[in-house]
Design a protein around this ligand. Structure first.
Ligand code: ADP
Length: 303
């Protein structure tokens, strides 16, 4: 069983002909409101692919709370441990460039800011018997540390996005750490290592190992991903697809990775599958609405 400890948001998605410049006002072509948040997205992606998933997190008392949990509920995620706290639900304002699929995002933490050590510790029973615990950087470092401490026997999948200051011992338990190149460099800095001289993506993965991280997966957008468990660094190229909206592709990747790992797949097989799921997700709009279910055909081959 997979337990996600993380963020739940309502995503307000604005379609524009190009991303606004500083100080500029643009008229959006359309607006959509979807359930989102990195934690919720990853839980939904894993559950749609057949994994048993439980969620620890929080929503607020506003009208967005129902929207935010709707995706989790529809996907069959266990939401009994989603707390309701006074104040706003987490929200993300996503602007998507209609031509390139590129986005820019502003996040309001809202109820996700209430996911603290005490809340996480109150679910020690679940964390103590779960196989995989999935964590992201949209909840506090204290909550992440508590989740890691409460799940000593679980495999920790740490998607440190965004990168927030975290104790070295938590980062070194990541099996795997999932980051993009930019995040990989920031995690190296957290571990007290310089990253400026590292030229290639493989160099960053190697340096993370040298800093004590046992397994590393780095997503590379249209190029797919690379991964290593301490030996050589392998490539998992992405299929050639036409990207419509990259929002939540990284979360689709992490959810799919965890779904395969919870089936007992080796890391390499799980990464290759996750790349195809991520590439599927960019061909549809939104985050959770873009994730594949059992009836969907994933793209094949490499670009
Ligand atoms: P993040 O948004 O977290 O940085 P990435 O952009 O690396 O994540 O995307 C995660 C995964 O989504 C990639 O590994 C790949 O499988 C898929 N992906 C992202 N962008 C594209 C694209 N333009 N074409 C095909 N696949 C993509």
């Amino acid at each position: 069983m997979i337990t996600v400890v993380g963020s739940i948001n309502a995503d307000v998605v604005l379609d524009v002909s190009r991303l606004p410049l500083p100080g500029e006002t643009l008229i959006a072509d359309s607006i959509d409101v979807h359930p989102g948040g990195k934690g919720a997205n990853q839980a939904v992606a894993a559950a749609r692919l057949g994994a048993a998933v439980a969620f620890i997190g929080a929503v607020g008392t506003d009208a967005y709370a129902a929207t935010a949990v709707a995706g989790l509920r529809e996907a069959g995620v266990d939401i009994d441990r989603v707390a309701v706290v006074p104040g706003p639900t987490g929200q993300a304002y996503v602007t998507v460039d209609g031509r390139t699929g590129e986005n820019s995002i502003v996040v309001v933490s809202g109820a996700n800011g209430h996911v603290n050590e005490a809340l996480v510790r109150s679910h020690e029973d679940l964390l103590g018997r779960t196989d995989i615990v999935v964590l992201q950087g949209e909840i506090s470092a204290e909550a992440i540390a508590a989740a890691a401490a409460s799940s000593r026997t679980a495999r920790l999948v740490l998607n440190l996005a965004p990168v927030i200051p975290l104790g070295h011992e938590v980062i070194r338990r990541a099996d795997p750490l999932v980051v993009n190149e930019h995040e990989g460099r920031l995690v190296l800095n957290l571990l007290g290592r310089g990253a400026d001289e590292l030229g290639t993506e493989e160099d960053i993965v190697g340096a993370l190992h040298a800093a004590g991280v046992p397994a590393v997966v780095m997503t590379l957008g249209a190029a797919g991903a690379i991964f290593s468990e301490g030996g050589p660094v392998f490539r998992a190229p992405a299929p050639a697809v036409s990207a419509v909206d990259t929002t939540g592709a990284g979360d689709a990747f992490v959810g799919a990775l965890c779904a395969r790992l919870s089936d007992g797949a080796p890391l390499g097989e799980a990464v290759r599958f996750a790349v195809r799921v991520g590439s599927f997700a960019v061909t549809r709009r939104g985050a959770q609405p873009s994730y594949p279910g059992p009836g969907d055909v994933l793209p094949e081959g490499a670009r």
